[in-house]
Ligand binder design. Structure first.
Ligand code: GLA
Ligand code: ZN
Length: 685
């Protein structure tokens, strides 16, 4: 299947990145040289204006677009398109001086001084007004410019503001949600410790010097932060769209590890999902593991709109902000971009085109380094990547990623898990639980969507819900229907414990807890020290269990595996319940990775999940696929090991980079990849 183009004005794989020419205004020769070098590096677009507010509005209501005009026009004359940003991510000094309310207040009530970026108050009417003004001016000037293909709204929305304006907006949001204080007191269980609210003005955001014990408040505050940040972003979208609704909008997310904001809730008004991806290549835990983690975020980005997305930023070589900034070894840069494309990206874009000369990002790598020449390894590898994207453009751009498996990663669930004081305060590894389930599918070329609890599950055959502690309202009904209609559900330990305001479900076996679907009820949960383990015996093999062990009583489920130690030895640790036309499995403790590999190897062949190819890739490799308009598979074989790997082929494919036909087997070089296409049409539903 083919998606509509992400950027209709320039429907091609984008290759480019953040360009900050305002830093170089005093260096006209460098600006000229940039164009020459960008063309050599096969750059076809740049993101402009992200941090240009001081340049385009040097004083209040004094707008000056000459410099930006010249840059956009010159780039366009050289076939380089513009992704134009709104500059709200960082404001000029004059604005903060005149309207101090735009600066953030932290959770202890401390007001920030001017500095940094992405730290404005998203409630401040003054900030919203100044942002609306500059966004409108930018749109009036550029929204119909032929070079401008996409709006880049602000930059990496993140963080919280706890000022009085935000407190009042929070109270208002709560009034709309709960209507009465009685409802709120019940939802938050605030009669506990005499924390009963008797006036809306008593409500204050969570704070280390104030309230942290009311967990319903903590989760609702995070929801409000998402709501308010989204409202701010949507006002920006309205500003630019009201001038020309034709130009699509995006904002650069930060993948599933920036969970301060709920990206599903945020993405409704966005036309395009994009994200900034900075894998820690060559870290001691292994490139294969790094790639897996990044792939998860790519799959989440794609699943947000069920279509291709943009890799908006990655570093051409090193970052400057990690404790250790390692060089990417030869080949790794291109492989990393290919990984994004393999999971559904229609771009390879960088931070940034030219390396800053001063300030805090001067040691962050860039396409053009301080040498200002093309004679660098980074420049060569970036140019190679540009060539590759051009070569595969017609085959890959807009192709889809059919997925029949979903793994639930839910941001609200993460927030709730983060605040609980419960069985294991030294940590519950929610991300680890997701990664362990994901690995099998990632290695075996079975496309997987990473979705949250609000998703529509009806298109999937298999839904995996690791550690889904918080059942947000409606999820039970959706999962029940999914299984009833023949779906397979896998849940893991510590699932279905609380409702969406963090109140525990009452009763033994209840529909609210999905006990009918799962076929058991849980009596108690044991917690294990980090170096303590139980064992799960499943099909005569023992697997290590850690973190938490649930002690459950079957009602209708079968027991597939049991605990091997402690006073609950012999009790169920792995269960299966037949419900309607479907099946529901539960793993009652945190199992080691090996278990999931074996468990899914057994389960998956019974389902109708399409693999990239009928071949097992060697350790260190991964395989994934997209599907083109003719129903052909485009298969991305990736090797994250330093040495080459031999891959056996189940049939003949065409290598779309070299154009050669491949059969029997092929070699994938170290830190390299191969992109193949099936020869005949394959029919998919
Ligand atoms: C983020 C920002 C960029 C830049 C890079 C550096 O992604 O959006 O402006 O600071 O980090 O890695
Ligand atoms: Zn505020």
């Amino acid at each position: 299947m083919q998606h509509t183009p992400i950027t209709p004005k320039f429907p091609h794989m984008l290759h480019g990145g953040d360009y900050n020419p305002e830093q170089w205004k005093a260096y006209p020769d460098i600006l000229k040289q940039d164009i020459i070098l960008m063309k050599k590096a096969e750059i076809n677009c740049v993101s402009l204006g992200i941090f240009s507010w001081a340049e385009i509005e040097p004083e209040e209501n004094q707008f000056s677009f000459d410099f930006l005009d010249k840059i956009i026009n010159t780039l366009y004359e050289n076939q380089i398109h513009t992704v134009l940003a709104t500059p709200s991510g960082a404001r000029p000094h004059w604005l903060a001086e005149k309207y101090p309310e735009v600066l953030r207040t932290d959770e202890t009530g401390r007001k920030a001084l001017f500095g940094q970026r992405e730290n404005h108050c998203y409630t401040s009417p003054a900030y919203r007004e100044r942002v609306r003004m500059i966004d409108t001016k930018l749109a009036e000037r550029y929204a119909s410019h032929p070079a401008v293909i996409l709006w880049h709204i602000s930059n990496e929305f993140c963080g919280e503001c706890h000022c009085e304006l935000c407190q009042n907006a929070f109270r208002q949001w709560l009034k709309e949600k709960y209507h009465t204080l009685d409802n709120l007191n019940h939802a938050w269980w605030s009669h506990f410790w005499s924390h009963t609210y008797t006036d809306w003005n008593q409500i204050h955001s969570p704070s280390p010097i104030g309230e942290t014990s009311v967990h319903g408040l903590s989760v609702d505050w995070k929801r409000f932060v998402t709501y308010q940040s989204t409202d701010f972003m949507n006002a920006e979208i309205d500003a630019v769209k009201s001038v020309n609704p034709q130009i699509p909008v995006t904002t650069n997310f930060m993948g599933m590890y920036a969970y301060g904001l709920d990206y599903t809730a945020m993405s409704r008004k966005l036309d395009v999902i994009s994200w900034d991806c900075y894998p820690e290549w060559h870290a001691f835990w292994g490139n294969h593991n790094v790639a897996l983690v990044e792939s998860l975020s790519h799959d989440m980005s794609r699943a947000l709109k069920q279509r291709s997305f943009l890799l908006m930023e990655c570093t051409p070589n090193t970052t400057n902000w990690r404790s250790i900034s390692k060089l990417k070894k030869p080949g790794m840069h291109e492989l990393s971009v290919v990984n994004a494309v393999a999971h559904g990206a229609d771009s390879g874009m960088y931070f940034q085109i030219r390396q800053s000369r001063g300030s805090c990002e001067k040691f962050h790598s860039a396409v053009i380094s301080h040498t200002g020449t093309e004679h660098t390894r980074t420049f060569r590898e970036v140019s190679e990547t540009g060539k590759l994207l051009r070569k595969i453009d017609s085959a890959v751009y807009g192709s889809s990623t059919p997925a029949k498996t979903a793994i639930i990663f839910d941001t609200e669930n993460k927030w709730a898990l983060d605040v609980i004081q419960g069985p294991r305060n030294i940590g519950l590894d929610y991300f680890g639980a997701i990664q362990k389930c994901y690995r099998y599918f990632w290695k075996n070329g079975i496309n997987t969507d990473i979705v949250d609890e609000t998703a529509d599950f009806s298109k999937y055959e298999l839904v995996i819900a690791p550690m889904l502690y918080m059942f947000r309202s409606g999820i039970q009904e959706k999962l029940r229907k999914f299984v009833e209609n023949g779906g397979t559900l896998v849940t893991t330990v510590f699932s279905g414990i609380v409702n969406e305001t963090d109140l525990c479900f009452l009763g033994e076996a209840t529909e609210e807890k999905l006990s009918d679907v799962m076929g058991f009820w849980i009596e108690e949960t044991d917690a294990l020290y980090d170096d303590e383990h139980n064992l799960l015996n499943y099909q005569d093999l023992n697997y290590e269990l850690s973190e938490l062990c649930e002690l459950l009583h079957p009602t209708t489920c079968k027991v597939l595996g049991t605990y091997q130690k402690d006073f609950y030895q012999g009790m169920p640790a792995l269960t299966l319940n037949a419900f309607g036309r479907g099946l529901a499995y539960h793993i009652a403790a945190s199992a080691e990775e090996r278990f999931f590999d074996d468990f899914f190897s057994e389960l998956v062949p019974q389902l109708n999940l399409e693999r990239a190819m009928e071949t097992n890739v060697p350790e260190g490799c991964s395989v994934t696929w997209r599907e083109d308009a003719q129903g052909r598979k485009i298969i991305f074989l990736q090797n994250y090991a330093e040495e080459s790997k031999e891959i056996l082929l189940d049939k003949t494919y065409q290598d779309i980079v070299t154009d050669e036909l491949c059969k029997d087997s092929l070699t994938v070089g170290g830190f390299s990849f191969r992109i193949l296409r099936t020869l005949e049409e394959t029919a998919h539903e």
